[in-house]
Design a protein around this ligand. Sequence first.
Ligand SMILES: CC(C)(COP(=O)(O)OP(=O)(O)OC[C@H]1O[C@@H](n2cnc3c(N)ncnc32)[C@H](O)[C@@H]1OP(=O)(O)O)[C@@H](O)C(=O)NCCC(=O)NCCS
Length: 211
Amino acid sequence: MSSRRLIVFAVGSPYAWDVVESVRRTGADPVCVDNLGGADPRLPGLTRTAPAGPFVLGLSSAEHRPAAARAAREAGLDEPTVLVDPTSAVASTATLGHGTYVNAGAVVASHAALGCHVNVNRSVSLGHDNEIGFAASFGPGAVTAGGVRVGAAAFVGAGSTVLPDVSVGPGAVVGAGAVVTKDVAAGDVVVGNPARVVRTRAVEEQRCPHC
Ligand SMILES: CC(C)(COP(=O)(O)OP(=O)(O)OC[C@H]1O[C@@H](n2cnc3c(N)ncnc32)[C@H](O)[C@@H]1OP(=O)(O)O)[C@@H](O)C(=O)NCCC(=O)NCCS
């Protein structure tokens, strides 16, 4: 029986199960905190009230991760921790901010610098020297080439590719399967190959509440 406990906070979406499985693969016991109510009752250790201890977020939405991080702080959780699935490969020269989660089969290449509460989904590949902002999130299988920058709370969709040295602005959204060949402005939603802007959203500045 494992003795280490890891709290998974904000478990309102099925993505919480990915996090639970990663926690289990590290040999720890997941405790799921359903801060908003209505979560899957089958989640392990389900509770409405956060116990003390290290935690990660249980949702993938870049739109909602900043608020979830603030809610965790307000619930008294002050130990955001790094969760790296044992089936992923993170370069020894990469840096991961607190609360960052690297899911199964993902690769983080040399000298990549990931901020706090970043979500790296299943089979994502982040290239060398990437700079990834607070609470940014990647859909399954997204690929970034070397030198890519992704701003706070941006979302890079499933199966998309971001070409070398391109910047994706804060709060921007890259649609599933897009090929991003040039910089994406803050709040822009881009789709297709080559990626084109389909709309723009208002963006609020987002900062890690734990820093
Ligand atoms: C890009 C995205 C956010 C747009 O969502 P939306 O704002 O609701 O946009 P809509 O669905 O209204 O689509 C707007 C237009 O873009 C097209 N479009 C939407 N997503 C597209 C995509 N990924 N690739 C190509 N075209 C796309 C739609 O067909 C539509 O075209 P039309 O105006 O000619 O009919 C969404 O489609 C998407 O790709 N999300 C990523 C999902 C994902 O990766 N999830 C990961 C699971 S964790």
